[in-house]
Design a protein around this ligand. Structure first.
Ligand SMILES: [Zn+2]
Length: 166
C-alpha cells in the first residue's frame, strides 16, 4: 500500500507541474518535455518566424554554402546571438578567420551551447546547437587556435550579430 500511495502522489505532482507549464506555453508543452529545451516551438511556428535559410540550418541541420555569410567579415566588437531565440552565444573576442568560409570561434560563452555526436557524411563530428532552443549552429573541430585548440565552425545564418555600444 505504501508503494502504491507513493506512485499516486508522484503522479499527482507530475500532473500539477505539467499543468503549471501548460498555462505558460499551452502549445509547446509536448515538444518542450520531449526535447528538454527551454524554448520549444512547433515546426510550423519555426517556419513562420524564421527565414527559409535560417529554418534550413537551425531546424533541419543544413549547412550554408561557404563564404556566403556577411558575418565572415564582421570585425566589430559585439556579441553573436542565436537567430532562433536570441540567446548570446559567442563574443567577438573569440572570433577568428579560419579560412574555411564560415564564422569561426575558439570558445562559446558559458552555458550557451550543447553538443552531440554527428555521424552523418561518413564521419564522426561534434554537432553544436543553442542550449536554449536546440537550434543547430554548426560543428566543433579540434584544429582551432590556442588557448582551447577548438574551432567552432558556425553557420552565419544561425547567428544574429549585436555590435557593442560605441
Ligand atoms: Zn536559440
Amino acid at each position: 500500500m505504501r508503494r502504491r500511495n507513493f506512485l499516486l502522489s508522484t503522479g499527482a505532482v507530475i500532473a500539477a507541474g505539467a499543468g503549471a507549464i501548460a498555462l505558460l506555453r499551452p502549445r509547446a508543452i509536448g515538444t518542450a518535455l520531449a526535447q528538454g529545451f527551454e524554448i520549444s516551438r512547433t515546426d510550423a511556428e519555426w517556419r513562420a518566424m524564421l527565414s527559409d535559410a535560417q529554418y534550413q540550418v537551425l531546424r533541419q541541420e543544413k549547412t550554408e554554402r561557404a563564404f556566403t555569410s556577411p558575418l565572415n567579415e564582421e570585425k566589430r566588437k559585439g556579441v553573436f546571438h542565436c537567430a532562433g531565440c536570441d540567446l548570446p552565444l559567442y563574443s567577438s573576442e573569440v572570433k577568428y578567420d579560419s579560412g574555411t568560409g564560415w564564422p569561426s570561434f575558439w570558445e562559446s560563452l558559458p552555458n550557451a551551447i550543447g553538443t552531440k555526436e554527428d555521424n552523418t557524411l561518413f564521419m564522426t563530428r561534434t554537432e553544436c546547437h543553442c542550449r536554449r532552443c536546440g537550434g543547430h549552429l554548426g560543428h566543433i573541430f579540434d584544429d582551432g587556435p590556442q588557448p582551447t585548440g577548438k574551432r567552432h565552425c558556425i553557420n552565419g545564418v544561425a547567428l544574429a550579430f549585436r555590435p557593442a555600444a560605441a
